[in-house]
Design a protein around this ligand. Structure first.
Ligand code: NAD
Length: 506
């Protein structure tokens, strides 16, 4: 391990105050302390929205909906086009704030903003492609069609680890679909949310006549999210976070027949087959298991390796891990930044203790002395089997390694966890690759061949099955979750025939 200290040569020495100022966030006052994972220091205080303020926010969103749904979709797309332009202009500063507040390395902080830009581009095109269907009617002189209409206010509850990109996946689609957005960001990352709202305000000012209340941001904890989930004025609740959160939100939304889009925890695996290109596999494994300090919903957590190559792969991974620069994410060479806070580090250490008790051999996984935040060395854990701790998502850089002998056994292991987000196989064997993608293969929402499980492009629908919640966001036809479908039949004949040939003469 190479340690990168905050004073490292080349690290941006801008203060938190300077980065906040560059994002239009000077002079914030409030009760809620925001800490940077870089060193655990308080960098700002922000005002909290009390849960009692939620009904008024929903009423504003409802009023905005009444106006926005009547705006032609391509015009709605113009707002998102302007947002994309403003994000391009603000990319460097917002990326720096993501690094400061969420602890991502510089390139990943910028990558997060790029993802926001990409989804804006996608949504602008979509605003002219909210296609419905024409359907053949069984009745003479009748026409059937299926149309998509705006749905209503969309609450977007987001997690700390993608503090701004997940909002944009939802907001860019919801806005072109005609839905106002109420954002409840993680209370660990309110600053990036406030900075994003400043950027959106610039786009709204240039747009000119968007209704007041079209896009709101309520800073607060779980209570705000719970109030939004329960409010019948919120048509769609798109909630990203832990499965624990989803278990609380889903029944509340269901009880009022609201629509939920759930993007919850993952426990993502890679199968490495005997024919795999091991050079590529090692690169993919290290990025997916260690990137973002293991704090992606799609981070690689389980490695299922054929017994014939297991020893070699583990030895190559141990060598790669030993060379990883851990430390200040602002420094150019750093690849592993801090965990979000001390509680996350304690959960990682507790998981490693449990893994040892379940027969695991742990390499790495130690707190880094001498660095001020919750810095850890990433862990490789050789497990005798897929034990209880392996089936849980621990949001930290822990990679459990298990062996397999035959392909069917590997697929069964990959699927034998409660979560179903992302999965992949490294193989040069066409039969294995296609079987992994087939109906008896991976049961996840995302399945890749010769690519790691993380770092999805925005063009595909993103989400997973089982305890991951079943939601889909971002590309493909995920937009349909933000609209209501209407089937319309028009009778342009002079008769009134009934469907299925039913006679009802009187
Ligand atoms: P978290 O569940 O603690 O919090 C997520 C959000 O939910 C926060 O805004 C939080 O305030 C809110 N919340 C918590 N309890 C709530 C409740 N009872 N009612 C309403 N809102 C509530 O998650 P986190 O620690 O911020 O993020 C890490 C988790 O998020 C991991 O499990 C990760 O896999 C998951 N995640 C999933 C995706 C995905 O797309 N599937 C993406 C990013 C993160």
């Amino acid at each position: 391990m190479r340690l990168i200290y905050p004073q490292a040569k080349g690290a941006s020495m801008r203060t938190a105050a300077e980065i906040l100022a560059a994002n239009g966030l000077s002079g914030l006052t409030g009760d809620w302390p925001v800490r940077s994972p870089l060193d655990g220091a308080e960098i700002a205080r922000v005002p909290l929205t009390p849960p009692e303020a939620v009904p008024a926010a929903v009423a504003r969103a409802q009023a905005a909906f009444a106006a926005w749904r009547a705006v032609p979709a391509p015009r709605r797309g113009e707002l998102v086009r302007l947002l994309g332009e403003e994000l391009r202009a603000a990319k460097a500063e917002l990326g720096a704030l993501v690094t400061l507040e969420a602890g991502k390395i510089v390139s990943e902080g910028l990558g997060e903003v790029q993802e926001m830009i990409d989804i804006c581009d996608f949504a602008v095109g979509l605003s002219r492609q909210l296609y419905g269907l024409t359907i053949a009617s069984e009745r003479t002189g009748h026409a059937m069609r299926e149309t998509w209409h705006p749905m209503g206010p969309c609450a977007v509850v987001t997690a700390f680890n993608f503090p701004v990109a997940v909002w944009s996946w939802n907001a860019a689609l919801a806005l072109v679909c005609g839905d106002p957005v109420i954002w409840k960001p993680s209370d660990k990352t309110p600053l990036t949310a406030l900075a994003t709202m400043r950027i959106l305000e610039r786009a709204l000012a240039r747009f000119g006549d968007a209704p007041e209340g079209l896009a709101q941001c309520l800073i607060g904890g779980a209570g705000i999210g719970a109030a939004l989930a329960a409010d019948p004025g919120v048509a769609i609740v798109s909630a990203t976070g832990s499965t624990r959160m989803g278990r609380a939100v889903a029944p509340v939304v269901a009880a009022r027949f609201g629509r939920a889009i759930l993007e919850l925890g993952g426990n993502n695996a890679m199968i490495v087959a005997p024919s795999a290109d091991l050079d590529m596999a090692v690169r993919a494994i290290v990025f997916a298991a260690v990137g973002t300090a293991g704090q992606r919903c799609t981070s690689l957590r389980r490695l299922i390796v054929h017994d014939s190559i297991r020893a070699e792969l583990v030895s190559r991974l141990k060598a790669a891990y030993a060379s990883l620069p851990v430390g200040d994410p602002r420094a150019p060479g750093t690849l592993v930044g801090p965990l979000i806070d001390a509680a996350a580090r304690d959960r990682m250490l507790a998981a490693l203790a449990q893994a040892r008790a379940e027969g695991g051999i742990v390499h790495g996984g130690e707190p880094v002395a001498g660095l001020p935040g919750a810095y850890v060395t990433p862990a490789i854990v050789e497990m005798p089997a897929q034990t209880a701790i392996v089936r849980e998502e621990t949001f930290a850089p822990i990679l459990y390694v298990m062996g397999y002998t035959d392909f069917a056994e590997a697929v069964a292991m990959q699927n034998a966890v409660p979560q179903g987000l992302s999965s992949c196989i490294f193989t040069l064997n066409l039969r294995e690759a296609e079987a992994f993608l087939g109906p008896e293969g991976s049961d996840c929402g995302i399945a890749n061949v010769n690519i790691g499980p993380s770092g999805a492009e925005i063009g595909g629908a993103f989400g997973g099955e089982k305890e991951t919640g079943g939601g889909r966001e971002s590309g493909s036809d995920a937009w349909k979750a933000y609209m209501r479908r209407q089937t319309a039949t028009v009778n342009y004949s002079a008769a009134l025939p009934l469907a299925q040939g039913v006679r009802f003469d009187f």
